[in-house]
Every structure is written in C-alpha cells, then in structure tokens.
Design a binder for this molecule. Structure first.
Ligand code: GDP
Ligand code: GDP
Length: 437
C-alpha cells in the first residue's frame, strides 16, 4: 500500500518547493495537460525504478499565513499523525527559530518516525548548517536545496529506506483472472450507491479481502461470470453513522486506490459537470498511468435539455482524455451498468495487451514514413526502431537520433497513430525516446 510522507515545517522554509521537486511528473506531456487541476498539497513521488510514495504538504492545507495556529495546526497534526514518515523541513539559511522549536515539540509528542530536512543549503557551508540544528538531536538529517534539486535523490532514497515495505500490490497482481477496479471521485457523486447496488444486485460472493496493512479493505465480486476486485474507496465499507460524519473525503485513500487498481472508474455528477476537485482526482489517475473509464452518474435526474447541456459541457471539459470512454449511468436505478462494465473490460484489455516487437516496429515504420518529423533549426529527428517495454499502461521505447528535436505535436501524432492501429481505448499510452542507434 502506498506509504504516506508528510512535509511539516513553518512557513517559508521551502516546503512547497520541495513538494514540487518530489512530485513533478517525469512525463511533461501528461503533467501539462490543460484541463487537469493540480492539487498543491497532495501528490505522489514516483522515482524511476523505485517504489512510489504519497506526499502531503501540511503547510498549505489551511492557508499559509496562519502559521501553526488553530486550524492549520490541527490539519498538519492530523496529516503528520497519519504519516509513515515525517519530513521536518527547516531553513538552513535562517537557522533554528522559536517556531521550529514549537513544531519539534508536537512532533515529539506524535512520535512518528521523523527526519530533519535542512533546506536552502545551496551556497552554504552544509556542515555548519547541520551543526546549527544539532541540539534538536536528530539522527536522521538530510541537507537539500529544493530550489536547485540538490540532495533530492538522496532524500528520496533515505525516505524509501524508512518506509514500510510495499509488497501488497505484487501480491494482488498474483491473480490475473481478477480485474482490479477502483471507483473514485469526490464526495456525493454516487460511489457508495453504485458499489452497494453492484453488491446487492448481483447476489455476489462478497467477501472482504483482509487488508494487508492498516485499514485497506477490498471486496471480491463476480458479475456475469467475470471476476473483479473492488479496491478500497470511501464507498466500500459499511460505515457506522458516527464514522460517516467524521470521515471526510480522503485524498490519501483515493491515491492508494488508484495505485492498487488496474482500471480507475472516475465518477462524475451529470448535473454538476466537471469540478476542480473532479479534475484533480482525474489528474492523479493520469499520473499513475491507470486505465480509465468515466462514469457520468445521476443521468436519471436530468431533463432532455439538461442532458444536452451536460453532453456539451463534458465534451469540452474532458477533451484531454478523449481516449477514455464515457458512460452515462444511474447508480440509483442501475441503468448503464452493462455498458460500464463493457468499458471497464475494453480498458483493461487495452491496458494489459502484450505487444510483439515486430508489430511495434512495423507501427513505428509506417507512422514515420507516412509523416516524418519536421525539420527544426536545420535538424530532423530520425526514428529507427521501437519495441514494447511494459503494459499497464502500454509503453513503447523508440530509438533514434536527434530525438530532442521531437516536439509535443509529433509525440501526440505518434500516440494517436499507435492508438488507432492497435485499437487502444481507455488506457494512456507512453513513449520513451532513447537517443542512439
Ligand atoms: P513554504 O512556505 O514552506 O511552502 O516555502 P516555499 O516553498 O513557498 O518557499 C519559500 C521561499 O524560499 C521561496 O521564495 C522559495 O523560492 C525559497 N526557497 C525554497 N527552497 C529554496 C532553496 O533550496 N534554496 C533557496 N535559496 N531558496 C529556496
Ligand atoms: P459518494 O459520496 O460518492 O459515495 O455518494 P453517495 O453514493 O453517498 O451518493 C450521494 C447522493 O447522491 C445520495 O443522496 C444518493 O442517493 C444520490 N445518488 C447517487 N446515485 C444517484 C443516481 O444515479 N441518481 C440520482 N438521482 N441520485 C443519486
């Protein structure tokens, strides 16, 4: 299960700069999608070839200038208490301050594993900066410059070493006959209604899959002779009334569900279009490279005119994920669910398809010959050959020369060409460009 790391520190020490350095997506094409709203406080760090972890910046949650008073303190405390590791960020230039001392006091009380991160050490005598905080008595200290991306890889490695093992996902992977589905979305879009209907309607063999860690609960389900595992989301558990009131929309849970699923079904409320919160949940699914189905719920509650309005709005707002199928459903009445599950299957099949090297090579050859890359300042990229790298999402490695000159337009062309040729729906497609012959 995706572990959680919390950034804690007084204002201006560089938490949000560090947050960006850790969470910035490697895939700029994905990251800069217009239409995706980025949550400034929650993200996922995905170091290449290493396990991912969720990150929360506790500083920005309730407004920066309130310092640690009132609501900010409570929110930060709650996030820090839930975290597997706290990164206590301090400013190496200014040295220890009274506010740092205060934070340290409640960090000690919360007793989470904590690492002292001394930021802004660019151009500083690092040892002197470390000595300045020696009286805090940390055995784990990492010096970084977030603004210059110095020490970030060290910090990532350090954090990974401190985090619990994340073997759960591989265990889940072991059952290829089961499609792992997560219903995600902001509160009130109808997730619980849908899940409860699915479980009730199908008289399914509902069994709680005991969480490997903490409170993760997934449910196995059979529908029309096919097997699914519904990955833990807010809607899955039968909550007591008290819990229901207390439990707020948990972004961390959403991040974890996205991480563990193969197909993410993002639910929207037809009457409300695509809100910023919807767009940010969608952004998390895209970053994770998950197969995606858009379920537009509460379709029953709309008049014909409202439906037309909704169609137009959704087409405009979801243009950037036009590869994902959108299905109109009513969780309340159970309509559209057959189509929904067909879309889930198509997305899963596309996402997990195994490609042969020869078909991928052939596709590249035709794409390249039909439409060679344009000349950029006297240079033109040459695409030589390609091969499949992994599935879920399908990833293709393209070898060639002068690949730096390939623009986003051409990369999108390649993506669309591959999508069409291999009839890929409902899954992101990734390309990795490797310079050399
Ligand atoms: P936050 O309030 O803790 O989230 O702090 P910010 O990330 O907003 O950073 C506060 C200020 O410190 C900004 O002006 C940043 O540009 C600056 N800053 C952040 N990291 C570094 C760093 O590594 N070196 C230097 N010199 N400045 C930094
Ligand atoms: P969740 O927070 O995403 O789990 O949302 P819920 O399942 O709790 O649903 C929120 C509200 O929307 C409840 O009052 C539901 O009865 C209502 N709702 C859910 N699905 C539908 C639907 O398909 N049509 C209509 N009209 N209302 C729905």
């Amino acid at each position: 299960m995706l572990p959680l790391v919390a950034l804690v520190g007084r204002p201006n020490v560089g938490k949000s700069t560090l947050f960006n350095a850790l969470t910035r997506s490697r895939d700029a094409l994905v990251h800069d999608q217009p239409g995706v709203t980025r949550d400034r406080n929650y993200g996922v760090c995905r170091p290449e070839g290493k396990p991912a972890f969720a990150l929360v910046d506790t500083g920005g949650i309730a407004g920066e200038d309130e310092g640690l008073a009132g609501a900010t303190a409570r929110q930060a405390r709650a996030a820090a208490e839930e975290a597997d590791l706290v990164l206590f960020v301090v400013d190496g230039r200014e040295g220890a301050s009274a506010l740092d001392d205060d934070i340290l006091k409640w960090l000690r009380k919360s007793a989470r594993p904590t690492t002292l991160v001394i930021n802004k050490t660019d151009g500083l005598d690092v040892q002197a900066a470390i000595n300045d905080f020696a009286r805090y008595g940390f055995s784990d200290v990492v010096a970084v410059s977030s603004a210059h991306r110095q020490g970030i890889d060290t910090l990532i490695d350090h954090s990974l070493a401190k985090l619990p093992e994340t073997g759960a996902a591989t265990e889940l992977d072991a059952d290829p006959s089961r499609i792992r589905v997560a219903f995600i979305g902001r509160p009130n879009v109808g997730k619980s209604t849908l899940v409860n209907r699915l479980l009730g309607e199908e008289r399914m063999i509902a069994s709680d899959v005991p969480g490997t860690t903490r409170d993760a609960v997934s449910i196995d389900m059979e529908r029309d002779g096919r097997l699914y595992r519904l990955i833990d989301t807010a809607g899955l558990r039968r909550k007591s009334r008290v819990e229901e009131v207390v439990e707020k929309f948990s972004i961390v849970k959403t991040l974890r569900a996205i991480e563990e699923c193969q197909v993410a079904v993002i639910m929207l409320d037809a009457g409300e279009g695509v809100t910023d919160q919807d767009a940010s949940v969608l952004g998390y699914a895209l970053d994770a490279g998950r197969a995606l189905v858009v379920a537009i719920n509460k379709w029953d509650g709309l008049t014909d005119y409202q439906r037309q309005q909704a169609e137009a709005l959704l087409a405009r707002k979801l243009g950037f994920v036009d590869w994902a199928e959108a299905v109109r459903i009513s969780a309340k009445h159970g309509s559209g669910l057959r189509e929904l599950f067909k879309a889930i299957h198509r997305a899963h099949a596309s996402a997990t398809h195994e490609f042969s090297t020869s078909e991928v090579n052939k596709a590249l050859e035709i794409a390249y010959e039909t439409n060679p890359p344009p000349t950029v300042r006297g240079h033109v990229a040459k695409l030589r050959y390609a091969h499949p790298a992994q599935s879920n999402p399908p990833t293709f490695i393209v070898h060639g020369t002068r690949l730096r000159t390939l623009g986003d337009t051409y990369k999108r062309y390649l993506e669309n060409f591959f999508r069409k040729r291999f009839k890929l729906v409902g899954t992101p497609v990734r390309f990795v460009f490797k310079e050399g012959t």
